[in-house]
Write a protein that binds this ligand. Sequence first.
Ligand code: HEM
Length: 397
Amino acid sequence: MDKVTNETVLRHGFDHGTDPALLADIAGEWDHLREESRTFSSDAYPWTNWYVTRFDDVFEVFRDTETFSSRQTNYNVTDTHRWIPAQVDPPEHTAYRTALNPMFAPGALALMEPKVRAVCVDLIEGFVADGACDMVTQFAQRFPTSIFLQMMGLPLEDTDTFLDWAHQMMHTPGADAEAVETRKNGARTIYRYMRQMIVERRANPGDDVVSNLLGVQIGDHEITDEELLEISMLMYVAGMDTVAGMLTYVIAHLARHPEQREYLRADPARVPVAVEEFLRYYSIASPARLVRDDMEYAGCPMKQGDRVILATWPANRDPRQFADADTFVIDREGNRHCAFGIGIHRCIGSHLARLEIRVAIEEWLRLIPEFRVPDGAVITQHVGGAAGLDTLPLVWG
Ligand code: HEM
């Protein structure tokens, strides 16, 4: 570690996707990194990564679209692509959000709740009689994937295929050539599948995200197949892995806190407030930005082309922002976390994510009121752009 200025240090080779200390203890290590220096940089990739970890800094970078662009390439997953709207800057960004917002508004999602609940119940009923499950592969990954497939009008039988591709593209960390190629391969396969799906929707529209966008005006033109492709890809990337990761932490937490299970079961109206605390306490997302021009920010001599990683996990546990920041307060009031980002790119799927997490908690606690992690279970996690547990064995009955 080298000191760069009073506010920032250089951590040689640090990669938040592979760092052993983060993998071993994500909460403790992010706390440590946040308190050790205001920001830090790393030379693990061909470009410099700057890490912002304190709430005020993360808040400011999220909002400052003039200085920080969203147009970056996601660790070589998609060099030639740009995911819409996540990797589009203003003013173009507005037209895409205007087209997409109605589909993800609370009113539209309220209509989806019965379907979401039915998928959730169906999955849990599939293993409840076994008295045990691996919560990650049998539930956390399948639930949001099934909802995504339904929203896109795709067959549920494709769930396993989608999960395999997602694994290749999103859970192969590292900057080495082999890891980069595996990620790109996964992305190429998904793009091929999505391209075919768009051809089919044009020929035979239904009630799904792509069909609803056909004919929509984006600025001066009608939405193109390329734009539909980048939107579909982003829905896949942003909607599945994130909710899956969140659910692993949520259910693991409840497995270890019987008194909190009881508190929520006694009055399910308490669940929405608890969901906000889960989102704050287990903030899985670390989006990135591209530095537009050389400048200095928070003591960092940033150069054009550098990346900035906005680590929401440590930001949402910043004691400068939250009282008892490292304590899970199930009825926390005024919980203004940044788990869904801030500003124009704020998560379009936040209402859907909240719905899925709430329904998962309600139905899990109803169908499996008592459950625990078996003694001696080894639980590992992945970190990086979207964190989550790799396995979560549970037993009950
Ligand atoms: C717990 C689950 C989720 C978390 C923690 C999460 C987190 C985030 C964050 C932090 C951002 C801001 C990214 C940035 O500023 O660069 C974002 C954007 C986005 N999210 Fe989510 N997300 C979740 C679920 C979902 C779901 C279910 C969808 C489904 C459609 C979704 C779709 C999107 C899209 C399309 C964007 C880009 C919005 C834009 O650029 O205007 N997310 N999400």
